[in-house]
Design a protein around this ligand. Structure first.
Ligand code: BG6
Length: 360
């Protein structure tokens, strides 16, 4: 069964499925549930309780299509199949991590859903926190559903809870206004179909997240996402610390590992090198691995991969009940803080879509 429905329909459908024994075989029948999985922590818990009452947890496949993307699946391979990166993957060497999903598309025809949701619920609670957990998790014992998901939950539980003060100080929200995107006129968010004319729903959110464990102590994770921005791009930037050796006259740019999920699919390492010539002059250079250049086959679409996994009973790339609830617990204090200060919005037209170094 594949539920691609609003959360409010899940109860009636699930009761029907259970009553008519459509998914009664524990090892064979599976329920794939699309996002949004709840609209807050309480409703997500309610959905989990309902599904767990009617079906076994190993039958429930909560989908997040970001986990089906080729480069996202490669994060675990990159980190754990290459011994050279893992020793550097911590607060001794990493200065900050930036996870940016910027979209040039607007809400378009999805106004009635989006206006009740906003960027935090629509993107951060699921896709961005999944990316964060893949970058930040500890090495699983095995590459299988139980171990991978256990490590993801473990690291999400170490995300420092937002307080009312940090939700205001470390999280920025904004809404797009009328302007031009890729040379085309774009109406403001409040002028979109099925959006309230006085809406305070955020179409952009940027936040600083801390992970309180020994590996990540002191390393900020910057998460950003928004619609109707200049660029369509999903990218993770791991920025390393400045070199402690200052032996060259030129300024040295810190190393960066850039994992581009889309539209380009590539992983690049930025490093300093010598410019050819008589002088010792430095320049930032790039070592690239591009999917397009290295593989002839087109990568399958995220949904092709995930739905095939579900048919085959492989839950590695699906969200467990405790994962979804932990992710909701992270964003709830922000939603609560915002609900108390309605109307204080910034204008996203002034917010560049491309990832830049943020000040911590
Ligand atoms: C969906 C969100 O989950 O992800 C959309 O509901 C968003 O608002 C989409 O546009 C982004 O997915 P992708 O694969 O285009 O980056």
């Amino acid at each position: 069964m594949y539920y691609s429905v609003a959360p409010s329909f899940i109860e009636v459908i699930s009761n029907g499925v259970a009553q008519h024994n459509i998914a009664s075989q524990r090892d064979k029948d599976r329920i794939v549930v699309e996002k949004p999985f709840g609209t807050d922590l309480a409703s997500a818990k309610g959905l989990n309780d309902l599904l767990n009452k009617l079906f076994y947890e190993n039958q429930i496949y909560r989908i997040d299509h970001y986990l089906g993307k080729e480069v996202v699946q490669n994060i675990a391979a990159f980190r754990f199949a290459n011994y050279i990166f893992e020793p550097l993957w911590n607060n001794k060497f990493i200065d900050q991590v930036q996870i940016s999903v910027t979209e040039s598309v607007s809400v378009g025809t999805r106004g009635s859903y989006y206006d009740k949701s906003g960027a935090l619920r629509d993107m951060v609670q699921n896709h961005l926190l999944q990316l964060l957990s893949l970058v930040a998790m500890e090495c699983p014992g095995n590459y299988d559903a139980e171990d991978i998901r256990r490590q993801k939950v473990k690291v999400l539980k170490k995300v420092r809870p937002f307080t009312t003060a940090t939700a205001v100080q470390d999280v920025v929200r904004a809404q797009y206004t009328k302007g031009e995107v890729k040379g085309k006129e774009q109406v403001g968010y409040k002028e979109e179909t099925n959006v309230a004319r006085n809406s305070t729903t955020e179409t952009y959110v940027a936040m600083k997240v801390w992970i309180d464990n020994p590996r990540w102590k002191g390393v900020p994770f910057y998460l950003r996402t928004g619609k109707s921005l200049e660029r369509q791009s999903s990218v993770i930037v791991v920025q390393f610390k400045d070199s402690p050796h200052k032996i060259f006259k030129d300024d040295v740019v810190p190393n960066r590992l850039v994992i581009s999920i889309q539209p380009e699919q590539k992983i690049s390492l930025l490093f300093e090198g010598k410019v050819p010539g008589l002088e010792m002059k430095l320049k930032p250079l790039e070592m690239d691995f591009s999917y397009h250049d290295s593989f002839i086959e087109e990568a399958p679409e995220a949904y092709e991969t995930l739905l095939l996994d579900a048919l085959e009973g492989d839950a590695t790339q699906f969200i467990r009940a405790d994962q979804v609830e932990t992710a909701w617990s992270i964003v709830m204090p922000i939603l609560n803080a915002w609900s108390k200060e309605k109307g204080d919005m910034k204008n996203t037209r002034l917010v560049a879509g491309a990832p830049k170094k943020l000040k911590s």
